[in-house]
Ligand binder design. Structure first.
Ligand code: PEP
Length: 245
């Protein structure tokens, strides 16, 4: 269960939110829990979360190892701050920063090479869904992002996030989510075999809230959630993490 804090909060409010999240999910043993603050907030969050059951990661990573890449943040920098995870290819990066499927692949490979767990985001836009292209679009994204990852594939986490459901209050129905999750698992199976596909964690993202988490998580191929807006208060994020209580 991962919380994407996007470009919200500051050092003090991020530390306070992290503390409250850690307190409220300390008995959640059914899943891994992580938060993704903006890069400058990572040290403040790390100071609170180190030693707790809540991991943390970044919202993006450079595809480059090091060098003259102004504004970019490297895997090594993230590791030195204690990150375990990084989001890769979030739709807001694809949309606002023109990230391509190929760049998402390079970032995924870079994260794995450095020892980070990439949470690779895929999902169709509304026009693609309406044109009946959802599975085709997702297949292209998954196949490109995951190509030639070798043994690293076993550490990849995928997140299916229909773009039309992010931040809109619209949620895929459990059946819509399951259709795509099952398909993604079959694509991973054809690339890397059934054992890898069965072991892969596939998160659903798109307006997940405490009141819809349980029905989404009940689906066979929905293994967790990537949460945006509802991760900004500890009460709602913990309500999602602890959906079975
Ligand atoms: C996200 O940003 O990954 C996301 C799913 O956002 P929200 O939960 O706000 O739709």
């Amino acid at each position: 269960m991962a919380g994407n804090w996007k470009m919200h909060l500051d050092a003090a409010s991020a530390a306070a939110l992290a503390r409250e999240v850690a307190n409220r999910v300390s008995r959640a043993h059914h899943c891994d829990v992580a938060v993704m603050p903006a890069h400058p907030l990572l040290p403040a969050v790390a100071r609170v979360l180190d030693g707790s059951s809540v991991g943390y990661g970044s919202q993006d990573i450079s595809a480059e190892e090091e060098g003259a890449f102004t504004g970019e943040v490297s895997a090594r920098m993230l590791l030195s701050l204690g990150c375990t995870y990084t989001l890769v290819g979030h739709s807001e990066r694809r949309e606002n920063h023109l990230e391509t499927d190929s760049l998402v692949h390079l970032k995924t490979a870079r994260a794995l090479q450095a020892g980070l767990i990439p949470v690779v985001c895929v999902g169709e836009k509304l026009a693609e869904r309406e044109a009946g292209q959802t599975l085709h679009r997702v297949e292209t994204q998954v196949t490109t992002a995951l190509k030639d990852l070798g043994d690293g594939i076993s550490r990849v986490v995928l997140a299916y996030e229909p773009v039309w459901a992010i931040g809109t209050g619209l949620t895929a129905t459990p059946a819509q989510a399951e259709e795509v999750h099952e398909f993604i698992r079959s694509v991973v199976g054809s690339l890397y075999g059934a054992a890898v596909a069965d072991g892969m964690r596939i998160l659903y993202g798109g307006s997940v809230k405490p009141d819809n988490a349980a029905t989404l998580m009940a689906e066979k191929d929905v293994d967790g959630a990537l949460v945006g807006g509802a991760s900004l208060t500890a009460e709602s994020f913990a309500g999602i993490v602890n959906y079975g209580d």
